[in-house]
Design a binder for this molecule. Sequence first.
Ligand code: SAM
Length: 156
Amino acid sequence: MESRVRAGERLVEVGPPTDAALYFIGRIHTPWAERKDCPRQGRVEGPECRVEVFAPWAEALMGVAEYGHLDLLYWLDRARRDLVVQNPKNDGERYFGTFALRSPQRPNPIGLSRVRLVAVERDTLVVRGLDCLDGTPLIDIKPVTCDFTPKAPPKP
Ligand SMILES: C[S@@+](CC[C@H](N)C(=O)[O-])C[C@H]1O[C@@H](n2cnc3c(N)ncnc32)[C@H](O)[C@@H]1O
């Protein structure tokens, strides 16, 4: 499901991707199967989404429940990777370089959302604030430690 190219947008020739050897550590379950239904950016008042963490990484969730907010990084697996200039509003007027946009179409289609942690259920996080399609692979989870104080210090 690679997205279309709009009039005036510019692509480059890209060879086969060199394998960055990421581990997909889980899968994100959201209500959105298609791009047209998916929010452009997540909102903390958005719907609850479930972030499934695969074995053996579920153990790495130890301590996560202490945090109110997390940064989630995910692989926008249905994005084009060859667009250098984009026309996000499809108006034929305002063009932007890929690195001046948060568009999913980028050479390394990594998405980042700061989400509110609602619950931790064994190997699954329940969060609000996502904007990705159902089934999007999860790359990493990081607690937000700068702007938000942990709810309680981790137990020794
Ligand atoms: C604008 S991006 C923002 C992603 C992230 N919040 C960020 O700023 O890095 C969100 C959009 O990417 C598209 N998208 C979501 N999941 C995707 C996926 N798995 N593959 C390709 N495109 C996706 C949808 O159109 C969605 O509205």
